[in-house]
Ligand binder design. Structure first.
Ligand SMILES: [Zn+2]
Length: 411
């Protein structure tokens, strides 16, 4: 077998983090006509680099193909908008930004975040590769360039006189295939005293909470603080602060500056989290290699549970059609003969089918009509909210189930 190389340090990848088999792209929901066509399957095999401990997938489906027509609009989520607004208030206050400041956001989506800086009278620039999403930002009057970010683009920005006092990258680092090119670009476009903030899912939480279903093709890399620090250091940047956030099942927000900038000392939170990661084992290969067993054991538990439900003649259906649900259902080989259907509030998904498993997606009202015995919550991060919304299934004795971190039902 032809082995790949680490996207950061170039070491040959020899160690499996977890192998989830082959799977179609998680966001490619199918129409009835498309059911007849064989969807492309790509390996979901995550490796860990023995040298820098970057956990990563190889790029089988190109980033162009995944992100050029991205269907996710950040502004549809109220909680995400709230998160964006309080971030903007905090960062302006903390770093004393004013109307002379230049704010640049990479993967600025529909302007969900930059709109709050515009409201404060600052200069903003969004960089967003998905033209359809960027169009929405432009309509809101948010300056946006439709392009992938990297060294070449950073040089172009500099040539046009744009340099960032604040450079933001939320949920983009994991999506970048050319990681070194991307970080090199950040170094170039940052003003001498500027600040970078990056948010990404925290590998420590992924492992501790068994969130293996967040491993799918859009996410090329999975970061601990230890590894992200190595990557930024290599490119002349220094992580000087870090926050742990509850978003996306547990994320980090890191603050970085030029290595040459003495004005921002490294906070205790950085040394404290590094020490915590080391004490769990994130600086040792063995820790990473233990994850695959946990995932396989979870798969056996899930299948056991489903066999029992079926043998008792009971029905189980899904709630939600998130990308992570697709990853889980494909890995476990769960089809409509087991999970008859799922529902989703998004009209763009209703009437379609989940990729790979061909489970139909209906309007949530379908649950009231069919009174299932079990409702499997696929977006486990929204479990409490969904259990509240769907509390009426208890009228007929229905129970809620989640599979992550382990099989658990709630009557
Ligand atoms: Zn490496």
């Amino acid at each position: 077998m032809n082995l790949g190389h680490c996207r950061f340090c170039g070491t040959q990848l020899r160690y499996t983090f977890v192998d989830l088999g082959v799977s179609p792209l998680a966001n490619s929901y199918l129409t009835t006509c498309q059911l007849q066509q064989e969807a492309s399957l790509y390996p979901l095999h995550a490796y860990v680099c023995e040298h820098c401990f970057l956990v990563q997938l190889e790029e089988f489906a190109s980033a162009e193909c995944i992100f050029k027509h991205y269907a996710y609009f950040s502004s549809y989520s109220d909680t995400w908008l709230q998160h964006a607004r309080s971030y903007a208030d905090m960062v302006v206050e903390r770093f004393g930004l004013d109307e002379h400041s230049q704010v640049i956001e990479i993967a600025s989506n529909d302007g969900y975040l930059l709109q709050y800086f515009v409201a404060k009278g600052m200069h903003v620039l969004g960089i967003e590769p998905a033209a359809n999403v960027a169009e929405t930002a432009l309509q809101k009057g948010i300056r946006t360039v439709v392009q992938f970010f990297g060294e070449a683009m950073a040089r172009q920005l500099i040539a046009n006189g744009a340099q960032a006092d604040l450079l933001i990258g939320n949920n983009v680092l994991a999506h970048v295939p050319q990681l070194n090119d991307f970080v090199k670009g950040m170094k170039i476009v940052l003003r001498p005293r500027g600040v970078i903030t990056l948010e990404f899912p925290h590998l420590m939480r992924l492992m501790a909470e068994n969130q293996f279903d967040t491993i799918y093709h859009e996410h090329f890399s999975y970061f601990s603080l230890i590894t992200v620090d190595k990557i930024l250091t290599e490119h002349g940047l220094t992580v000087f602060d870090v926050e742990e956030l509850s978003t996306h099942g547990g994320s980090l927000r890191i603050y970085a500056r030029h290595a040459e900038d003495p004005s921002k000392p490294i906070s205790r939170r950085v040394t404290e989290l590094r020490a915590r990661e080391e004490s769990v084992g994130f600086a040792c290969l063995a820790h990473y290699l233990s994850f695959a067993d946990t995932v396989q054991e979870t798969k056996r538990q899930i299948l056991d549970f489903l066999v029992q439900v079926k043998q008792q003649g009971k029905s189980i259906v899904g709630y939600g059609a998130p990308a992570k649900g697709n990853a889980l259902l494909n890995y476990c080989g769960i089809h409509p003969d087991t999970l008859s259907y799922t529902v989703d509030r998004s009209p763009h998904k209703q009437g379609r089918f989940l990729p790979g498993t061909h489970i139909p997606i209906y309007h949530p009202e379908h649950i009231r009509l069919t009174s299932p015995d079990y409702l499997l919550i696929l977006p486990w991060n929204l479990k409490d909210e969904i259990m509240e919304q769907m509390a009426y299934i208890r009228q007929w004795g229905g129970q809620f189930v989640v599979f992550i971190p382990e099989v658990r039902s709630y009557s």
